[in-house]
Design a protein around this ligand. Structure first.
Ligand SMILES: Nc1ncnc2c1ncn2[C@@H]1O[C@H](COP(=O)(O)OP(=O)(O)OP(=O)(O)O)[C@@H](O)[C@H]1O
Length: 481
C-alpha cells in the first residue's frame, strides 16, 4: 500500500507545478504549490508538508539556501531538489543540505512520483552528509552536463558520506580516474591519502608486493620491509585501476584483505588492520572475464557495490564543446596562448567520434594551444589535425547528431509533458524538422520547386501542399534572400 502525504511543490514554472501537482494528486497526495522562496516559507508554516519538492533557481533566490534550516525545524520532512543546473556542484550541494533526492531537469515524472513514495516510506533517510563540514566546491574537476554525466554526479553525491566500494566502468580515457579522485577529494576521507595503482602497468609478479607490501628478504632485492599501497592508503582511498588485469592469485589475496580488513605483507605473518575505501575501475567486461575463468565472481560482487558507468564521449556529444573550451581555458591558465573555438570548429568537434574519448580531446586542445598560429581555431585548422585513419568525421557524424538530438527531444517531451492529455509527438517532431529540411533544399535550388521535389524525392504537389501547410513562401527561399 502506498502512503499518501502532504506535498509542497515549489517552482516558478507554472507548467511544472501543474503537471507535478496533478500527478501527485492522482496518487492521493495533498498538494500545494509555491512559486518563490517567500511563498514556500509561508506554506511551510501553514501547510506543514511531509515532502518538499523545490527548484533551485527561484525568482527571489537560491532554492537550496534555507533547506538546511527548514530541515532543522522539520526533521521529519523529506526534501526533493529539482534543478536545471545539472552540475556535480548542485548534486553535491543538494546532498549536503540533507536532501532526500536530487533530480536534474528535465526529470522523468515517474521517477519523481517514485521518489515521493520512497520519501514517504522512509522518513529516516534524510540524514544526508551532515558530518562532512564544508566541502571544497571550487575547481570541481568534472566537466559535462549531459544526462549521462548528471547520473554520474548524482551517484557521486550519494557515495560521499559512506564507504561503499565503487566500480567505475568505461572505455579508456572517459575519466574513470578523475571520478575516483573526485569521490575521494569531496568525501570525508579527503584529508587522508589517495593512492592509485594500475594493475596493467606493473609486472604481474610484483603486484602482490606492491599492493600488500613485503618483508625484508621476502624475495631477491627485498632489502627492507616496505609498506604496500594498502598501508599507504590508510584512512584514505585506494584506487585499483585496470582491475580486470589483476592476476588470479592476487585477486584471491585481495578478496581476503577486503573480507578481513587486514593486510599481511609478502613474506610476513603479522596482519596489519587497514581502513581504506576501495574504488576499482576497468574498461573490460568483467562478467565475460568471470565466464572465462579469469576473474573471481566473489571479488566482483565485493567491488561492484556501487557501479558508476562513464559512457564514451561519442554518446554524450553535448559535452564535447564544453570540454574543448575547458581544456583551451586550462591551457591558457598554464601560460599557453589563449585560443578561441569558432562555431564551425565546434560543430566539427561534436561530429567526431572520439575513439580516445576525453583524453584524446584534451590532447588535441593542448596541441592546438601550442601549435596553432591563429587565435581562433576554425574547422579548417581542425581538419588538418583530426587523424584521418578513423575516416572523415563529417561523413558519419551528422546522422549520429540528428539521432541524438531527436532522442534528447523525445526524452524531454516524455519527461515533463507526459500528463498532457493528448500529445502528437510524431506530428510535433515533423512540424519542427520538416520545414527546416524544406527551407534548406529550396534555398539550395534557388526556390525551384521541381528541382526541390526531385531532391526531396517527393511529388511536386505534395511539396506545394507542405509549403502551404507550413506557411513557407518558395520565392523567399531563394539563396541569398
Ligand atoms: N569529465 C571530465 N572533465 C574534465 N576532464 C576530464 C573529464 N573526463 C576525463 N578528463 C580528463 O581526461 C583525461 C583522461 O581521464 P582519466 O585518466 O580519468 O580516464 P580513464 O578512464 O581513467 O582512462 P584509462 O582507462 O585510460 O586509465 C584526464 O586528463 C582527465 O583529467
Amino acid at each position: 500500500m502506498r502512503a499518501s502525504g502532504a506535498i509542497l511543490v515549489v517552482d516558478d514554472d507554472p507548467a511544472i507545478c501543474v503537471v507535478v501537482g496533478e500527478a501527485l494528486r492522482r496518487q492521493g497526495h495533498k498538494v500545494k504549490t509555491a512559486a518563490s522562496i517567500r511563498e514556500r516559507a509561508a506554506l511551510m508554516d501553514s501547510f506543514s508538508p511531509d515532502v518538499l519538492i523545490t527548484d533551485v533557481m527561484l525568482p527571489d533566490g537560491d532554492g537550496l539556501d534555507g533547506v538546511a534550516d527548514i530541515l532543522e525545524r522539520n526533521p521529519d520532512l523529506n526534501v526533493i531538489i529539482l534543478s536545471a543546473q545539472n552540475t556535480l556542484n548542485t548534486a553535491i550541494r543538494a546532498t549536503e543540505k540533507g536532501a532526500f533526492e536530487y533530480l536534474p531537469k528535465p526529470f522523468d515524472l515517474n521517477e519523481l512520483t517514485r521518489a515521493v513514495s520512497d520519501a514517504l516510506g522512509t522518513r529516516a533517510a534524510a540524514e544526508g552528509a551532515d558530518d562532512q563540514g564544508d566541502l571544497p566546491h571550487d575547481g570541481l574537476p568534472l566537466v559535462g552536463r549531459s544526462p549521462a554525466m548528471q547520473e554520474v554526479y548524482r551517484t557521486i553525491a550519494r557515495v560521499l558520506s559512506n564507504d561503499l566500494s565503487i566500480l567505475v566502468l568505461g572505455e579508456s580515457g572517459t575519466g574513470k580516474e578523475l571520478v575516483a579522485e573526485a569521490i575521494h577529494s569531496l568525501g570525508k576521507r579527503r584529508t587522508k591519502p589517495f593512492i592509485a595503482i594500475n594493475m596493467a602497468a606493473i609486472p604481474r609478479e610484483l603486484i602482490e608486493a606492491e599492493l600488500f607490501g613485503y618483508e625484508k628478504g621476502a624475495f631477491t632485492g627485498a632489502h627492507a620491509r616496505t609498506a604496500g599501497k594498502f598501508e599507504k592508503a590508510q584512512g584514505g582511498t585506494l584506487f585499483l585501476d585496470e582491475i580486470g588485469d589483476m592476476p588470479m592469485e592476487a585477486q584471491t589475496r585481495l578478496l581476503r584483505v577486503l573480507q578481513s580488513g587486514e593486510v599481511t605483507t609478502v613474506g610476513g605473518s603479522k596482519p596489519v588492520r587497514v581502513n581504506v575505501r576501495i574504488i576499482a575501475a576497468t574498461n573490460k567486461h568483467l562478467p565475460q572475464l568471470i565466464e572465462d575463468g579469469r576473474f573471481r565472481q566473489d571479488l566482483y560482487y565485493r567491488l561492484n557495490v556501487v557501479p558508476i558507468a562513464l559512457p564514451p564521449l561519442r554518446e554524450r556529444r553535448e559535452d564535447v564543446i564544453l570540454l574543448a573550451r575547458h581544456f583551451l581555458e586550462r591551457a591558457a591558465q598554464d601560460g599557453l596562448p589563449r585560443k578561441a573555438l569558432a562555431d564551425d570548429a565546434a560543430q566539427l568537434l561534436m561530429a567526431w567520434h572520439w575513439p580516445g574519448n576525453v583524453r584524446e580531446l584534451q590532447n588535441m586542445m593542448q596541441r592546438l594551444s601550442v601549435l596553432s598560429r591563429e587565435n581562433v581555431i576554425t574547422a579548417d585548422i581542425l581538419r588538418h589535425m583530426l587523424p584521418i585513419e578513423h575516416g572523415p568525421a563529417d561523413t558519419i557524424a551528422p546522422t549520429d547528431q540528428l539521432v541524438h538530438a531527436v532522442r534528447d527531444w523525445a526524452k524531454r517531451q516524455l519527461g515533463i509533458g507526459i500528463t498532457r492529455p493528448q500529445r502528437a509527438l510524431h506530428d510535433d517532431l515533423l512540424a519542427v524538422v520538416e520545414p527546416v529540411l524544406l527551407e534548406e533544399v529550396l534555398s539550395s535550388v534557388d526556390g525551384n520547386q521541381i528541382r526541390a521535389a526531385g531532391l526531396l524525392g517527393i511529388n511536386r504537389n505534395t511539396l506545394r501542399k507542405k509549403l502551404t501547410d507550413y506557411g513557407l513562401d518558395p520565392l523567399q527561399l531563394r539563396m541569398g534572400d
